[in-house]
Design a protein. Sequence first.
Length: 499
Amino acid sequence: MSTQGTETTATVAPPRAALPLVTIVGRPNVGKSTLFNRVIGERRSIVGDEPGITRDRIYGEAEWQGRRFAVVDTGGIVPDDDAIIPANILKQAATAISEAVALVWVVDVRAGKTPLDEELARLLRGTGKPVLIAANKADATRLEADAGEFYQFGFDEVVAVSAEHGDGVGDLLDALVTHFDEQAEVVDTETAPREIRLAIIGRPNVGKSSLLNRLLGAERAIVSPVAGTTRDTVDTLLEWPEEIAGATPTDATQDPNALQGEGTALEVAERVVHRFRLIDTAGIRRKGKTEEMTEKLSVVMARRSLERADVAVVVIDATEGVAALDANIAGYAVEAGCSIIIAVNKWDAVPDKETGTPAAFERDLRDKMKFLDYAPVVFISALTGQRVPRILPLAVRANAARSLRISTSQLNDFFARAIAAPRAPTAPAPVKGGRSRLRVQYVTQVGTRPPRFVVFTAGGKGGLHFSYERYLQNRLRETYDFFATPIRIIERHKRERRK
């Protein structure tokens, strides 16, 4: 298993190079997430009546008047609350404010000015950044007039909006884009590398957010002992330079033996910068265990995030062992077509480890997750960083395997060796019992990401047995480097006409 390039340093990339960043702030339950979703044009943040739903920073992108910009949704700010989660929400919001070129302060026009709003006004004035007040929930004419009282906070621009219905949002964006630097809008999308979308999934409290923070080298997501701290799916961009080492002889004779001596070869390294979109998801519980509507939405959005992911890191708690729910969660990733890396976290906390402990744990894992026999397993500690650097090179290799396309000539050779030739004693028949006249005619690849193959059959009754599909998948995986990647087998059956 390659760990090439693990000593290089990853850096947190901006939401998109050169895009100005707008941060949405405000006290709890004023409609920040509703406005965020309205501006970016998709439902990225969870919205509900319960205050304090948003906790981490949620990034998105928007376009207005031909100008693209990044937007970040923050949790409700309560400056004097010392509890673990509210204090971390304030810390996350402070980071987003420091990165922004402009701030949108959302207030509730129905509630009017509150003492907490006055505290926030003092905090925002101290930033020295442009502040636009979005007087939200102004869905009636009389409420639009009430928005004027927020001018008393000393900011120049107050716009009455209804984030739920979209009223006034255009006026808010008109005022907002005037604060952008024209030079900051130049984005070279042609040369920008394709992102590798890496989702981190697992049960609650297995260390997903800790792993995200360790990969980033920063406290990007809130971490606490409270299960279910993460609710939204949190996107962060990361640039990781992989150094591919090579050697070139310096001697003019190009003597191949010269590489064996010290000082006779010049070590060269090609640096390839990979751009990741790391997706931290909420912990997925069993359906019967989700009670609050917010938690149910978190699980739905976590599963939805897998649909846009290339690679999924399935995090398992080493101290608790492999649970049935771990297999279910991994199954969601396979259904979505993700490549899979299994990260056994908290390995440093496993007591009385011996030489054979990792092998015994992996045997138990493989037994309970037989459908993931192709997925690599890494024993890590997100707390200490042990073996965490191995994950990114594995993800790069898995992502490359997703795009692998096998030529027709290669598949013809594969067909002759693995299908057309008399089957080995261990090879299953195309149908259960082998009594059908069904036969495989040829195989062709019809898609990638994940790789998809069509098996054309004829004679008898269609329907390849699952054991034969597994046989084809294993042979394809052995012959070609479909590392950590699921393979889809699709049957196309042609019934032969009787003469």
